[in-house]
Design a protein around this ligand. Structure first.
Ligand code: ADP
Length: 423
């Protein structure tokens, strides 16, 4: 038997961390004048087969801070060629990793968790610099993200099989669980740490190996995770991170979906891209896990507790500048409580502090990039043109190029862009 029931006696040799990641010049301007306690956490190369590497074609791309537009640094602009190298490495590593004991995998995941906890403050700083969310939210994401590594470190030891009652006397029904192989992971920019630890923690605990492609806006959180995975002792090829432009994501994603060496895909992102990946995975009838968009309403009844309702909408709508999967676009309020609720929400919105997420007290940062700002601007102007009333905001914010004013529209009905289209 293989996988979880293989009680291999060969222990993993925990590697000494190499840290050959070149600490290239980084712009402290991109970090809003701050510096990392551990500068090696800002990795400007990709991580394949336990090594820090450049793109085969030598190209790089600049990563900026959406708060200021200042450049943080560069990362390799990789293509399908580099992706194939990562897939090959993960496929080779799988032949050994799948035979490790649950205990061995648990130990290394626990070490990774401890390292993320230890370097939480630097990781939060990087996250805010590249994604724009306020530092307090980044710290929250780090805690949440690290918790997946802890959870799967513990669950790794509980991946048991089952013996079921057979319907016939001469049969036995025994279920075992085995790792499927290389897992391809494509992740978004709104939770650059947690979406990786959630996917990779599960895959690694099960005995799978990973090729991660983080979003082009936020590669540094992923690469810092790789640096800590390396330090934790994950063997070469078990966890790989490739970086590429949005344009190259198409070919990179296609290869991950179609390569016979990749056994499964896990994706969090837009519904449109999810559909493309679904189609591409059909070629090899590949397993696929998708976390896509949605547009569920926030509903307030007359009987609601106002404090609870207002606090809840402020978190649901304004966390990460409204760029999370649970950000409510449609707020449906029953007539009896409507006026009070509206006034209370306006007051709460006036308390939002717009600015650079690295500054103390800031609660609302920028949008992630220009296309996102354009989309929000368009949704608001078209909804207003369709008859909505602007109670607050309604246009870009003067703080910076990617900032939008906290905006409250009323008289919005179904059919208007803001109500129908996920922000
Ligand atoms: P958003 O619109 O929120 O940016 P996307 O779905 O475009 O969400 O992006 C989520 C992730 O999917 C990112 O890592 C991005 O690079 C990647 N991506 C975008 N387009 C494709 C594609 N055609 N194939 C594979 N991955 C893609």
């Amino acid at each position: 038997m293989k996988g979880f029931f293989n009680f291999s006696t060969t222990s993993l040799l925990w590697r000494q961390s190499s840290y050959s990641n070149q600490v290239r010049a980084m712009s402290s301007a991109g970090l809003h004048g701050r510096s990392l306690q551990q500068p090696w956490l800002l990795c400007q190369q990709a991580y394949i087969n336990g090594k820090w590497v450049d793109a085969v074609a030598g190209k790089t791309m600049e990563i900026d801070n959406p708060s200021s537009g200042k450049i943080i640094g560069t990362v390799p602009a990789m293509t399908a060629t580099d992706t194939q190298v990562a897939i090959d490495a993960a496929h080779t590593a799988f032949q050994t990793w799948k035979n490790t004991t649950a205990k061995e995998r648990s130990i290394v995941l626990r070490r990774w968790f401890n390292l993320v906890e230890e370097h939480k403050e630097d990781m939060a700083l990087l996250l805010t610099a590249e994604a724009g969310k306020p530092l307090s939210e980044s710290r929250g994401e780090l805690g949440y993200g690290a918790s997946f590594l802890e959870w799967f470190a513990e669950e790794a030891k509980r991946i048991n099989g089952e013996v079921l009652q057979a319907p016939m006397p001469n049969r036995e029904m025994i279920f075992i669980r085995q790792p499927i192989g290389v897992a391809g992971m494509i992740t978004p920019w709104n939770f650059p740490t947690a979406m990786i630890t959630r996917k990779a923690g599960a895959a690694l605990a099960a005995g799978c190996t990973c090729v991660v492609k983080p979003a082009e806006d936020t590669p540094y959180s992923a690469l810092a995770l790789a640096a800590l995975a390396d330090k934790a002792g994950l063997p070469p090829g078990v966890f790989n991170v490739i970086t590429c432009t949005k344009a190259d994501a198409v070919a990179v994603g296609s290869l991950l979906c179609k390569s016979p060496k990749v056994a499964g895909i896990s994706f969090t992102g837009s519904t449109g891209v999810g559909k493309i990946l679904y189609e591409q995975c059909a070629t090899g009838v590949k397993r696929l896990g998708l976390e896509l968009g949605g547009n569920a309403p926030f509903i307030v009844f007359d009987s609601a507790d106002l404090d609870t309702a207002v606090n809840a909408i402020m978190i649901a709508k304004f966390r990460n500048a409204g760029q999370t999967c649970v950000s409510a676009n449609r707020i449906l309020v029953q007539r009896g409580i409507y006026d009070q609720f509206l006034e209370r929400v306006k007051t709460a919105m006036e308390g939002l502090v717009v600015g650079d997420g690295l500054d103390d007290g800031v609660t609302l940062g920028p949008l992630i990039n220009k296309p996102q700002l354009d989309k929000v601007s368009r949704l608001v102007s078209e909804t207003v043109a369709a008859g909505a009333r602007v109670e607050m905001g309604g246009s870009p914010h003067s703080y910076g190029d990617l900032y939008y004013q906290p905006t409250l529209l009323t008289s919005v009905v179904t059919g208007m862009p803001c109500a129908d289209i996920e922000v």
